[in-house]
Design a protein around this ligand. Structure first.
Ligand code: NAD
Length: 467
C-alpha cells in the first residue's frame, strides 16, 4: 500500500527539483550497468505480480474495466514486455560492429547504445497502467533515469502507480509525479533528454512546443480514426467477431480500436447481421450485466459520445445510462461521411458502418483524411488486401484482424503524420531511449602520408580510387 511519505515524496517535488536529483543520479553512472537495469525490471515485475489485485481494483475503479481485460491488456501486457526485454537486454546493449569502409582501413567501427539521460513519460487514461509503465520499461532498459506522469483522468491508477513504484524501484532514478495540467506544465518547463507522450494531438502540440525550447527529442503516441475495410471476399463471420472484439474491448476507448467500417455494399447486410450475432455471443442480450463489458471513463466523455448517437441510424444498441456511464455496444448505419461521428476519433462503443462500391473507393476515402494510427483490411483475396496496405498510410495495422499487431514485440508501434511520431515496444523501445553513438577505432601502427596534404596528382588519384 502507498505510504504517506512515499506519496508526498513523489507528488510534492517541483519539476526542477526532481530533474536536478535525477540528473545527479544519472551522472553517478548507476543506471548504466546491466545489473541495475535488470534489477529495476525485476522490481517492476515483482510489483505487478505481488500487487496485481489492488492494481486491477484501481483500473476497474477508473474505467469499470473487466478484471480479466485489465489483466490481459495492462498487467499481463507489461509482464510479457518485461520478460521479452530481460531475455534480450544483454544482447541489445552490446555495441554493434559494422563494416569499416576501405578508406579508413585498418579500423574497427561500432555503434554504442548510450543512455540519453533524464527522461519523461506522460501517460494517458485509457490504458492507464500500460501507457505509463510500458514506455518506462524502455527508458529503464536503455539505462535512463525516468519520471512517470500518469494521467490524472484515471486517478485511482495514478495513485496506485504513485504509491507502489517508489516502494519497489530505485527512487534515486525512477520517480512518479502525479497531477494534471499545472504539474505537467511545470515538468515541461524543465530540460529533459527525452519526452515520451501518449494522448491527443492538441496536447501533443503543447508537448512538442515545450520540448523545442530545449531541443529535446519527443515521441508522440497520438490517436485518430482507424479505418476498417471489409472486402466482399472477407470471411464475414470471423471478420465480424474480430471487429466487434477489437471495437468493444475497453468500451471502445482504445487508440487502435476500429473507428469505423467501410464495407463493400454487396456484403453490407450480411456483415451487420454477423455484427449483431457477435455482440450477443460476447456480451449477452443485456451487455449492461456482462462482466466482460466496461464503462466510459467520465461524464464528459459519456455526454460527448451520447451526442454522437444521432449521426445516423442506430441499427443495434444505443441504450445508455448516465448513472453508470454505460453505453451499449452500438452499430450505426446510414452514416454520412460529413456527419459529426466521422469528424473526430470516436473513442467509445459506437461503430459507424459505411457502404463502398469497391476497395478503390475505400482507399480514396481513407486517403482524403489524416493518416490514422492503425488500418485494418479484411479480405480473402490477398491481392486486394495488399492493394489497401500499399496504397494507404497508417501507423500500422493488420490483415484479417484488428490490433493484434501490438502483441508482436518485433513490430514497432507508433503513428505517422497526425497519429504521431516515433515507435516503441520490444527492442524498438530500447532503441528509442538510446543514442546510437558511432565510434571508429583506428590503430596507429600505419599512418600513410597519402591522406595528408600537400596533394599532388599521385595522392589525388589514390584517394579518389579509395572513395
Ligand atoms: P489524457 O487526458 O489522459 O491526457 C494525456 C496526458 O496529457 C495526461 O497525462 C495529461 O495530464 C496530459 N495533459 C493534458 N492536458 C495537458 C496540457 N494542457 N499540458 C500538458 N499536459 C497535458 O488523455 P487523452 O489526450 O484524452 O487521450 C486520448 C487520446 O490519446 C486519443 O486520441 C487516443 O487515441 C490517444 N491514445 C494514443 C495511444 C497510442 O499509443 N498512440 C494510446 C492511448 C491513447
Amino acid at each position: 500500500m502507498a505510504t504517506a511519505s512515499a506519496m508526498s515524496n513523489t507528488t510534492s517535488s517541483a519539476g526542477s527539483q526532481v530533474v536536478s536529483e535525477l540528473r545527479t543520479a544519472f551522472k553517478s553512472g548507476k543506471t548504466r550497468s546491466l545489473a541495475w537495469r535488470m534489477s529495476q525490471l525485476d522490481a517492476m515485475k515483482r510489483m505487478l505480480i505481488d500487487q496485481q489485485e489492488q492494481i486491477i481494483d484501481a483500473i476497474s475503479a477508473d474505467l469499470g474495466k473487466p478484471r480479466f481485460e485489465a489483466f490481459t491488456t495492462e498487467v499481463g501486457f507489461l509482464l510479457s514486455e518485461i520478460e521479452h526485454t530481460q531475455k534480450h537486454l544483454a544482447k541489445w546493449m552490446k555495441p554493434t560492429k559494422v563494416k569499416s569502409a576501405v578508406v579508413v582501413q585498418p579500423a574497427s567501427s561500432k555503434i554504442y547504445k548510450e543512455p540519453l539521460g533524464v527522461t519523461l513519460v506522460i501517460g494517458a487514461w485509457n490504458y492507464p497502467l500500460q501507457l505509463a509503465l510500458g514506455p518506462a520499461i524502455g527508458a529503464i532498459s536503455a539505462g535512463n533515469c525516468v519520471v512517470v506522469k500518469p494521467s490524472e483522468v484515471s486517478p485511482n491508477t495514478s495513485a496506485i502507480i504513485g504509491g507502489l513504484l517508489p516502494q519497489y524501484l530505485d527512487s534515486d532514478c525512477v520517480r512518479v509525479v502525479e497531477g494534471g495540467i499545472p504539474e505537467t506544465t511545470d515538468l515541461l518547463e524543465q530540460k529533459w533528454d527525452y519526452i515520451f507522450y501518449t494522448g491527443n494531438g492538441t496536447v501533443g502540440r503543447i508537448i512538442m512546443t515545450a520540448a523545442a525550447k530545449h531541443l529535446t527529442p519527443v515521441t508522440l503516441e497520438l490517436g485518430g480514426k482507424s479505418p476498417t475495410i471489409v472486402d466482399e471476399t472477407a470471411d464475414l463471420k470471423v471478420t465480424a467477431r474480430r471487429i466487434i472484439w477489437g471495437k468493444f474491448t475497453n468500451a471502445g476507448q482504445t487508440c487502435v480500436a476500429p473507428d469505423y467500417v467501410l464495407v463493400h455494399q454487396r456484403v453490407h447486410d450480411e456483415l451487420i447481421a454477423e455484427f449483431k450475432n457477435a455482440i450477443s455471443d460476447f456480451y449477452g442480450d443485456n451487455p449492461k450485466n456482462s462482466s466482460d463489458y466496461g464503462r466510459i471513463i467520465n461524464e464528459r466523455h459519456w455526454k460527448r459520445l451520447v451526442g454522437l448517437l444521432d449521426s445516423g441510424t442506430i441499427t443495434h444498441g444505443g441504450e445508455h445510462d448516465e448513472s453508470e456511464k454505460f453505453i451499449e455496444p452500438t452499430i450505426m448505419t446510414e452514416v454520412d461521411g460529413d456527419s459529426a461521428i466521422m469528424a473526430e476519433e470516436i473513442f467509445g462503443p459506437i461503430l459507424p458502418v459505411l457502404k463502398v462500391a469497391s476497395v478503390d473507393e475505400a482507399i480514396d476515402f481513407v486517403n482524403e483524411r489524416p493518416k490514422p494510427l492503425a488500418l485494418y483490411v479484411f479480405a480473402k483475396n490477398k491481392a486486394r488486401a495488399h492493394q489497401v496496405i500499399q496504397h494507404t498510410s497508417s501507423g500500422g495495422g493488420s490483415i484479417n484482424h484488428v490490433w493484434m499487431h501490438l502483441a508482436v514485440p518485433g513490430l514497432p508501434f507508433g503513428g505517422v503524420g497526425e497519429s504521431g511520431m516515433g515507435a516503441y515496444h520490444g527492442h524498438h523501445s530500447f532503441d528509442l531511449f538510446s543514442h546510437k553513438k558511432s565510434i571508429l577505432d583506428k590503430p596507429t601502427f600505419v599512418d600513410p602520408s597519402v591522406v595528408y596534404p600537400p596533394y599532388g596528382d599521385f595522392k589525388k588519384n589514390v584517394i579518389k580510387r579509395l572513395l
